[in-house]
Design a protein around this ligand. Structure first.
Ligand SMILES: [Zn+2]
Ligand SMILES: [Zn+2]
Length: 382
């Protein structure tokens, strides 16, 4: 639309919330009335649901309700801040401004609005309440981990475990195109009855990896596996066989209804294995489908810290596991995170962004993340 000067994603999507009810978009325009009038003709809009002041609520072609916040360039910063929320963060900013229920200072950029309140820009992922405001006022905001800090993905499936849809060649090319220096190909291990790799399959895949590796020298393919943590904490294969892998992720895929002590003990047993570098999707939650199984996260995080095992933040949009709240607890106990896509097709390598966003909501810095570190530190523990 010619009257639209720019569009920015706002709202819960920008804050990287686990789930999102409404899409919020900032629409920068000098002619809000014209934009509102022309919106119903956009192919992205099914129909206009409501118009209030300078917010137009539409049903988007994707099936989601979307609030379009119309703002002139000079007010775009204040409107982007309002459209991003959260309501609790905005309320705390109003208290700081002494604005009561009134408006916050205007601004062309969000930085201008925060500066008028005597604050540095607060990253959207931290805008959930007053805590980040206090940290910002004290000059104590962390430098959050960023996608650009990551050169490695530590959890990716190929068609060798059949639930992955792409072959090694495509994975290598896609990882190289994304600028990844390393990708760990973590096909399922043999105890997963439906599609785990037998020992012969592991050996055959190892040979195939070496062939593909020779054609893609710019990306290192790690010969890796996603192991299954048994009810007693046991793992697939045997210790000697496991140590031949470059890297192992170990995850719970069965018996998720056991009491907290049982779940905690089996994960602690996996952490104690020298073959295990990462605990995958540590709670097993599936958003909108099942809560995570019960674990004593602090005990797990302390053991992970003591052994140098990383706890995963799984970037699958169905999982986001650990959650942001659990990331904070894990970091408080000294644990290191592994940010992973758990991609089952090369397009899903971008799920790494969800893992980064969730880690940012949990106040994670580059120092807290295994896959920001030098390559020699990634892989099987000594
Ligand atoms: Zn898994
Ligand atoms: Zn997986």
């Amino acid at each position: 639309m010619p009257a639209v000067l720019g569009v920015r994603v706002a709202g819960a999507v920008r804050r990287a919330a686990d789930t999102v009810g409404t899409l919020d978009l900032l629409v920068v325009t000098e002619r809000p009335a014209q934009v509102a009038e022309e919106l119903p003709r956009s192919p992205a809009v099914v129909r206009v649901l409501e118009r209030r002041d300078d917010v137009v609520r539409v049903l988007a072609a994707s099936g989601s309700p979307a609030d379009l916040w119309l703002a002139a360039p000079g007010a775009a910063g204040g409107t982007l801040l309002a459209a991003t929320g959260s309501p609790a963060h905005l309320a705390a900013l109003r208290v700081r401004a002494g604005a009561g229920s009134g408006g916050l200072p205007a601004g062309r950029t969000e930085g201008e609005v925060y500066a008028a309140l005597g604050l540095p820009l607060i990253p959207p992922e931290l805008r959930e309440g007053a805590e980040a405001i206090a940290a910002a006022a004290a000059g104590a905001l962390p430098r959050l981990v960023d996608v650009a800090d990551l050169r490695r993905d530590l959890h990716e499936h190929s068609d060798w475990s059949r639930d992955g849809r792409d072959g090694l060649e495509r994975i290598a090319a896609a990882a190289a195109a994304r600028g990844l220096a390393y990708v760990a190909v973590t096909d399922h291990a043999e105890d997963l009855a439906i599609n785990g790799m037998s020992r012969d399959a592991v050996r055959a895949r190892r040979a195939a990896l070496a062939e593909v590796q020779a054609r893609h020298p710019q990306v290192r393919l790690l010969d890796a596996a996603e192991l299954n943590i048994g009810l007693d904490g046991g793992l697939d294969y045997d210790p000697e066989f496991l140590l031949a892998f470059d890297l192992c992720v170990a995850s719970v895929h069965s018996h998720m209804d056991r009491p907290v002590a049982v779940q905690t003990d089996r994960i602690l047993a996996a952490i104690a294995s020298p073959a295990v570098t990462v605990i995958g999707h540590p709670t097993g939650r599936i958003l909108g489908h099942r809560p995570g199984y019960a674990i004593e996260l602090e005990a797990i995080a302390q053991a992970a810290a003591a052994t140098g095992t990383a706890l995963e933040v799984n970037g699958s949009p169905r999982r986001l596991d650990l959650s942001a709240e659990m990331v904070r607890i894990a970091l408080g106990a000294g644990a290191t995170l592994a940010l992973s896509s758990d991609a089952h097709a090369v397009g899903e390598l971008d799920y790494l962004h969800n893992a980064v966003a969730t880690a940012r909501r949990g106040w994670a810095t580059p120092r807290d993340v295994l896959n920001t570190r030098a390559a020699t530190l990634v892989g099987r523990r000594a």
